[in-house]
Write a protein that binds this ligand. Sequence first.
Ligand SMILES: Nc1ncnc2c1ncn2[C@@H]1O[C@H](COP(=O)(O)OP(=O)(O)OP(=O)(O)O)[C@@H](O)[C@H]1O
Ligand SMILES: [Mg+2]
Length: 618
Amino acid sequence: MKDHNSLAIYSRLLAYLGPFWKKAILLFVTTVLFAALSGVSLTLIPPFLNILFQDGNAGVSAGAAGNAHSVLVPGAVEKRIDGVRDRARDFIYEGSGKERLARFCVIFLVLMLLKNILGYARTVLTISMEQSILKRIRDELYGKIQMLPLSFFDGQKTGHLISRVTNDVTSLRGAVVGGLASIVQNSLMTVIAAAIIFYTSWKLALLTIVLVPLNIGLISMISRKLRKGSRKAQESMADMTSVLQESISGVRVVKAFGMEGFEKGKFDLFNARYLREYLRMRKFAELASPASETIGMLASVIILWYGGKLVIASELEPENLMMFLVAMLWVVGPVRNLSKLNSVVQEGLASGERVFQILDIRAEGEESGEIPIDGVREGIVYDKVSFSYENGIEVLRDVDLAIARGEVVALVGPSGAGKSTLADLLPRFYIPTSGRILIDGRDTATLELSSLRALMGIVTQETILFNDTVFNNIAYGMRDCEMERVVEAAKAANAHEFISLMPSGYDTMIGDRGTQLSGGQKQRLAIARAVLKNPQILILDEATSSLDVESEALVQEAVDRLVKGRTTLVIAHRLSTVRNADRIIVVENGRIHQAGTHEELIVEEGIYRKLYRLQVGA
Ligand SMILES: Nc1ncnc2c1ncn2[C@@H]1O[C@H](COP(=O)(O)OP(=O)(O)OP(=O)(O)O)[C@@H](O)[C@H]1O
Ligand SMILES: [Mg+2]
């Protein structure tokens, strides 16, 4: 956590603790008590040894130890400490050996019991805080993803996005609450152990201090590697999720092209890469503890040797050397935990970075104006509109187009001409690179996004149905919709008949996990959705997939009913739609080439006549 960036990410994560400040204080207190109790159990070692060796009144403060702390502690405090210690000593050492042993065991038991109760409380608190914070981050992330502009999704693999909400957020877990509590606990335990160590023999303590920077240097090197490795592993996981998601949702195509083997191979490749990255990361992660333990052991041996010499020279009580050694070994635990923790925090920071990247993208609403709009009075005007997607290639060039209120305008043209793009600019799914789009003379950029979209009904080229009932799919976006209205809409869309034949009628589940529908049925459901919304502006991107004559007639009838009285932009692939339009606009290569009614255009030499002849086979 040395660089500024990590610090910023971490403090941002910590901000999520805000609402839990009461629990956080409680956690802090239990953690401190837990650490303190663990430390206190260490100081029981010399008296216990004394009892065992029947050495009645071995002055704990005598000799080297007494000298040692007088170096560190000022006079007045020393007196107070001495007083407390004398009383504690009297309590422990009073009475016969058996009595003392019994008393000692009781103290020990009570301490351990308390410690474990505190430990449990601490864990439960940690988990509940952690999970609440993760929930909040997941909610925020999902909310943000909903608000991101379409252009963001063009550059994203679905699997990667899913992975951010699932895997990355989970990786944050250790970094926030548990990490912080662990830092407090283990640092405190380290400090307590250090205090005991210094209190016992400062000479020995100084010796061990030399070994500390070595350990810290090693661990920070490992953690740097670890963070990089963790990021790579997470990215591989996201790639794998992507392959999985694509092949599952595209299973029909995979099977039709006999690409099962290819897809499996592709998955294998990413799976193997994940394994590689993961193992590499874990190798570093797991190196931290044995490395620091080895150093700890090395320290113990040196201390055993030097401490032994001090004891032989009567400069140190043997039981104090024992306590020193135990404290030394004991401190390895907290230090190791701190180093392990480092890896958890590093992993969390890497994930936090990716999560915040998304949270920091500007949402759609921030790019638009605030003027509400509740209807169309005159019409829509495209004023010198040009547009290019992120890749910079110009897809629309200087498009000028006026659609009067109630007019049905059909866009025709070859595939890739820019028809869908032109339509997508109207609800501001994308924002023109230059030029303006006006409704009743007002630039849509100045309008409130939600009210702008509320004016529009959009039937997209691909029909998207949700994994829900027929009723809810038609009433999507409507609150408390009455059955009658849904049925009415379905009737207008020529969908009522086939819905009535379904096993549970309007309550039949459709979508991924329900009844499957034909292309024409899906389209009619989408039309019913638009009918129910009853929009003033209608954008209809006809599906390119050809329907049989009967369903085409049914869909066409539904469309004719739908467009009546609405300002409509219809992207037409069927000639029948075109004939009924008030005006036909021919788009090619991002430009408007011709405009007029069917009768006008058919006599003109141009793209329209060519397209028409192609379609009717004349
Ligand atoms: N999200 C996108 N990112 C980059 N380029 C895109 C994107 N969507 C479309 N394009 C490109 O923009 C051009 C116009 O595409 P558009 O979808 O508007 O064509 P269309 O006229 O609707 O075609 P079709 O009749 O096949 O539906 C095409 O060249 C296409 O490759
Ligand atoms: Mg299209």
